[in-house]
Design a protein around this ligand. Structure first.
Ligand SMILES: Cc1cc2nc3c(=O)[nH]c(=O)nc-3n(C[C@H](O)[C@H](O)[C@H](O)COP(=O)(O)O)c2cc1C
Length: 271
């Protein structure tokens, strides 16, 4: 898994009627067994058979395998889920498999039953697993158009220097340019891109800019999941650039607008 994989990933909703080889499924199971996150929150994954387990999504064509994940309600759970699930999504991408994060457009009741979701547990999202069809369905094309899935907000709208008053230009971002560019490629719920970052020397502070209605009982705060995905992309690219950093949670006290929340800081040392 590297920045090439991040660049290659795109949501896939239209699949070939083609079985995933047992050898590949074994690799998937092994990966899921060891998939972890910097927040120490355990994530439990289940591999589901659409036909036997009776799970489905109205936006998916041709996929027969799904992977669902859940956590026990606790601090940082959504961020941890986003990080761990995206690591898996990128691993699947590196094996040539198609995926798409699905939080809203699924038969949620059926999925929650199939994975025995407990009272104190949340299943934020699932993904189908399979081989992308040559052509997207009409519905998928319309969805991508509607959400502008091939576009992202400008670099200087998402990233700042020192505080939120100073937008950062990509050409001035130095060694942070690439890790931040990989954040921009992250998938997010309805492509809202709620991630923001403020660079302060060798530290990068991450924030969530909330959209109303995205924090629900059934999914938790799905935009915190988006933030976990962003942290995963950032760390992969930072490692590749030679940083030996880690995530910590220590609010730097930078002034933020209403509806914005501090999430975590990457403290990076070049090796
Ligand atoms: C947390 C999360 C939840 C999502 N939920 C859905 C969903 O319910 N249905 C769907 O079709 N796509 C869903 N998506 C996929 C996004 O629409 C997609 O990532 C975005 O439009 C960007 O497109 P891309 O992934 O091809 O870059 C979700 C993505 C994320 C990260």
């Amino acid at each position: 898994m590297n920045t090439e994989t991040i660049k290659n990933r795109k949501s896939v909703r239209t699949y070939e009627e083609q079985q995933i080889p047992e050898q590949t499924m074994r690799q998937i199971r092994e990966f899921l067994n060891q998939d972890d996150n910097p927040f120490g929150v355990p994530i439990t994954f289940s591999i589901l058979d659409a036909d036997k387990d009776g799970v489905s999504s109205p936006v998916i064509l041709g996929a027969h395998t799904y992977v669902a994940g859940k956590y026990k309600k606790q601090k940082n759970a959504e961020i941890a889920f986003g990080y761990s699930f995206e690591k898996f999504i990128l691993y699947a991408t590196s094996l040539g498999l198609g995926t798409v994060w699905l939080a809203a457009t699924i038969d949620r009741k059926a999925f929650e039953k199939a994975i025995n979701l407990g009272e104190d547990e949340v299943m934020p999202a699932v993904t189908p697993l399979g081989y992308a069809a040559q052509k997207r369905s009409l519905r998928e094309n319309l969805m991508r158009k509607g959400m502008r899935s091939d576009q992202r907000l400008p670099f200087e709208t998402l990233f700042f220097e020192g505080d939120f008053q100073h937008p950062m230009q990509e050409e001035n971002a130095g060694e942070w340019a690439r890790p931040l560019a990989m954040v921009r490629l992250a998938p997010s719920a309805t492509n809202k891109q709620p991630w923001r970052a403020v660079v302060e020397g060798n530290r990068v502070h991450f924030y969530e800019v909330k959209t109303k209605g995205y924090d629900k009982e059934s999914t938790g705060d799905i935009q915190k999941v988006d933030l976990g995905i962003a942290l995963c992309h950032f760390e992969i690219a930072a490692k590749e650039a030679g940083f030996n950093g880690r995530f910590m949670q220590s609010d730097p006290g930078i002034t933020i607008a209403e509806g914005t929340e501090y999430i975590a800081t990457y403290a990076g040392e070049i090796e």
